[in-house]
Design a protein around this ligand. Structure first.
Ligand code: HEC
Ligand code: HEC
Length: 416
């Protein structure tokens, strides 16, 4: 038909022939598009059913965490840089009102996370669950739950233990790539560290100006960034903090020991739990050495009533990044909005949504992740899974808190 129209066009250039040609082409294209995708879907769904178990098996791959941490080419690790990063991490001089440090919300005594659903940054005092806003207050809560920094050096690791530190996804909505680019975000965020005295455009210049006026920082930056004309700048500030964060790793949990060959490192019930975990379909998303695929999935976690607006996550499409399941002992309360206090509550939630049973009123049926419909979780599976998750805790990490910071301000911010 196509050839026929084409020949008509060649032999007779009249309008009628041209129109005839276009009609034929249109009919042909429509026919083609109607047939072919139908065939494809049919094939796909047939395959999907028969290979579902194989898919689950393929995705549920787990390894021990490696011993070494990769660093970006332009930020080599040196002891001077790491120690400078540590001091900066604890120094509230980086915040607009000099009242909040990174350690305010990521303290080693809580596994570099925080035991509260939503963080309080600017204009707060106290530590963890007893932290409160000062009065009067016009600063909102930080809208998400503070993640642990432990092992964030491995963010983005795939099921082959491969990852790119220059492109490592950060935050619940993966909006930042690499520890370097992440580490300036809290300084810019009004409710986390910036406050209202400085604008987003002003704050980084203000912070570097302050650091340049502290002689101890001047020499520490010179030692960490040798042969640089102006070592105190925002890029080096970020590099030093990232270098410190890359030392905060736990790669020797009992589960790592087990995978490395010590068959006695985990108990029988933990082994059973690992099996149940993968059979239920948890390992489809919580896979690789970090127990996360670092991809967005829509689960429909209930809203935190403390928030005035509903958090729609990545691209406003209700998805959040799969959380790592390492060190859950420290990451409670759970989920992006800290909505569940215990792991039992998390599992009860999964039991509710497994197989597409219960839905969040805001989220449409077809928006849910298909892997959630594949989830098969029974109440009797919960005990073994809980005991397995426990084998992923590792408390052997750097807990050193400096006894003073170069600004002379309270170490870690207003924690009392
Ligand atoms: C007021 C509390 C607060 C302060 C202060 C704070 N953070 Fe965070 N941090 C959070 C919260 C909340 C999140 C999750 C935010 C999100 O996903 O939107 C987070 C996430 C992170 C992550 C991402 C971890 C991951 O796995 O993706 C890193 C890394 C991090 N913070 C480092 C820092 C550094 C470095 C500083 C200091 C410059 C800092 N934080 C200051 C609360 C805080
Ligand atoms: C479809 C992918 C997917 C499946 C399947 C899945 N999860 Fe998750 N998991 C996620 C995502 C995404 C989050 C973060 C959700 C959020 O905060 O909104 C999460 C969060 C969690 C958390 C909270 C961790 C923290 O520190 O806050 C735990 C615990 C957890 N999942 C355990 C499990 C278990 C156990 C199973 C199996 C019963 C399972 N997950 C199945 C994707 C999945």
């Amino acid at each position: 038909m196509f050839m026929l129209g084409f020949l008509c066009l060649l032999s007779d250039k009249s309008m009628i022939a041209q129109t005839w040609f276009l009609i034929v082409c249109f009919a042909f294209t429509t026919l083609f598009y109607q047939c072919s995708p139908k065939k494809e879907t049919e094939v796909k769904s047939a395959n999907e059913n028969s290979s579902r178990e194989a898919t689950i098996h393929k995705l549920s791959i787990h390894h021990a965490l490696p011993n070494d941490v990769k660093v970006p080419a332009d930020n080599p690790r040196t002891p001077e840089k790491i120690e400078l990063g540590r001091l900066l991490f604890y120094d509230p001089v980086l915040s607009g009102n000099k009242d909040v440090a990174c350690a305010t919300c990521h303290h080693p005594s809580n596994g570099y996370a925080e035991y509260r659903d939503l963080s309080i940054g600017v204009n707060g005092r106290g530590f963890g669950s007893s932290r409160e806003f000062n009065k009067p207050n016009d600063i909102p809560f930080v809208k998400r739950n503070a993640q642990t920094i432990l092992n964030s050096a491995f963010n983005g690791m795939d099921i082959y233990n491969d990852y790119d530190p220059e492109n490592a996804p950060m935050f619940w909505d993966v909006r930042s790539k690499s520890l370097e680019s992440q580490s300036l975000e809290p300084l810019l965020a009004m409710e986390e560290m910036r406050g209202k005295r400085f604008t987003k455009e002003e704050i980084l210049a203000e912070v570097t100006r302050r650091l340049k006026n502290i002689p101890e920082y001047v020499s520490l930056f010179e030692e960490a960034f040798i042969n640089e004309q102006e070592p105190i700048n925002t890029e080096n500030l970020a590099k030093a903090m990232a270098a410190f964060e890359r030392t905060l790793i736990t790669n020797n949990s009992r589960f790592d020991q087990y995978l490395k060959g010590d068959s006695e490192a985990i108990s029988l019930s933990e082994k059973e739990g690992f099996k149940v975990f993968n059979e239920a379909g948890c390992g489809n998303c919580h896979n690789g050495a970090m127990f996360s695929d670092f991809k967005p999935h829509v689960l429909g976690v209930p809203t935190n009533p403390k928030l005035s607006t509903f958090d729609k996550g990545i691209g406003e499409e209700y998805g959040f990044r799969t959380a790592s399941l390492r060190n859950l002992r420290f990451t409670a309360p759970y989920m992006h909005n800290g909505q569940f206090n215990t792991l039992k509550e998390v599992l009860e939630f999964y039991e509710d949504i497994a197989g597409g049973k219960e839905k969040h009123p805001e989220v449409k049926k077809d928006q849910y992740d298909p892997l959630i419909n594949d989830l098969r979780l029974l109440v009797k599976d919960m005990g073994p899974i809980l005991s397995f998750l426990n084998s992923l805790n590792d408390e052997d990490f750097d807990k050193k808190v400096p006894h003073r910071v170069p600004s002379g301000l309270p170490v870690g911010g207003n924690l009392k």
